[in-house]
Write a protein that binds this ligand. Structure first.
Ligand code: B1M
Length: 212
């Protein structure tokens, strides 16, 4: 089933993707395992084929749509575990300005929510001003910035510089992530933490609120 799911995402077959995700859930498979072993390999393969110019933008878009269909079924499952628990803290998260990639960011948001954080997901193409405004408004503990393009990761650093210039750097913990982001880059720009995937993002967020 995992292999079939990988193929369905790669081929952009949204109906089949949804059917297979539901079949795996019915078998009692953990939603994160469905994402990691079925959906992510499919979407990553689509990225490789796009890189190799064997896939063009339309194919990438329909593979992305199939992945989103899978996530529509899986996100509520990822969030389920938070029922009735005390909040661990508030997180404002989004994909930076100029960047429309939201699959990974949404997985991180759902996992944080499932782990017990109050999460405000601002979506994609979020300006620095909006991150700041929402973080202040909600009195966020953590601001999370996702970036998937080498051309947009600079926005993460810009956000940190704006916080500094406004004397707010100590007010929020800042975590960054996204495929082109590295630990080294995160340290260099002065972020409080970097996570390479959703599981480590939850671990990182927990450690950041523990330090407060
Ligand atoms: Co685009 N895209 N894309 N794309 N796309 C990439 C990123 C690319 C690497 C593909 C390639 O060339 N191989 C390439 C970027 C090259 C670069 O800059 N280095 C690329 C490009 C070039 C583009 C366009 C410019 C194409 C064009 O128009 N010519 C365009 C840009 C549009 C824009 O944003 N302005 C574009 C568009 C698209 C689609 C719309 C078609 C679609 C996005 C659909 C959507 O998100 N709704 C799409 C897709 C699907 C991809 C790939 C194939 C898959 C991304 C993904 O969803 N991965 C991607 C190739 C790749 O990454 N292998 C690619 C699965 C997801 C689970 O992983 O997002 O990495 P990821 O998230 C992980 C971790 O990174 C981490 O946890 C997540 C879960 O484990 N993480 C965080 C993410 N955010 C975090 C935040 C945190 C912590 C951890 O804290 C805050």
């Amino acid at each position: 089933l995992f292999e079939e799911l990988e193929r369905a995402v790669l081929e952009g077959n949204a109906e089949e993707t949804e059917r297979l995700v539901k079949a795996l859930l019915e078998k009692g498979v953990n939603p994160l395992e469905i994402i990691d072993k079925g959906c992510v390999p499919g979407i990553e393969r689509a990225g490789e084929l796009f890189d190799a110019e064997e896939f063009y933008l339309p194919e990438l878009i329909i593979a992305g749509d199939a992945m989103k269909r899978a996530m529509a079924v899986l996100e509520p499952e990822l969030k389920k575990s938070d029922l009735g628990r005390k909040s661990l803290g508030k997180v404002v998260i989004g994909t930076v300005e100029g960047d429309m990639h939201d699959i990974g960011k949404s997985i991180v948001a759902s996992m944080l929510s499932g782990a017990g954080f109050d999460v405000l997901d601002l979506g994609v193409d979020v300006s620095i001003e909006r991150f700041l405004e929402e973080a202040r408004e909600t009195e966020a503990d953590i601001v999370g910035l996702s970036a998937l393009l080498t051309s947009t990761v600079a926005k993460q650093e810009e956000f940190l510089r704006v916080l500094e210039s406004q004397g707010l750097r100590q007010r929020f913990r800042v975590m960054v992530g996204g495929a082109p982001v590295t630990e080294e880059w995160a340290i260099r720009m002065g972020a409080d933490g970097y996570a390479e995937d959703a599981v480590s993002a939850v671990r990182l967020a927990r450690s950041l609120v523990a330090k407060e």
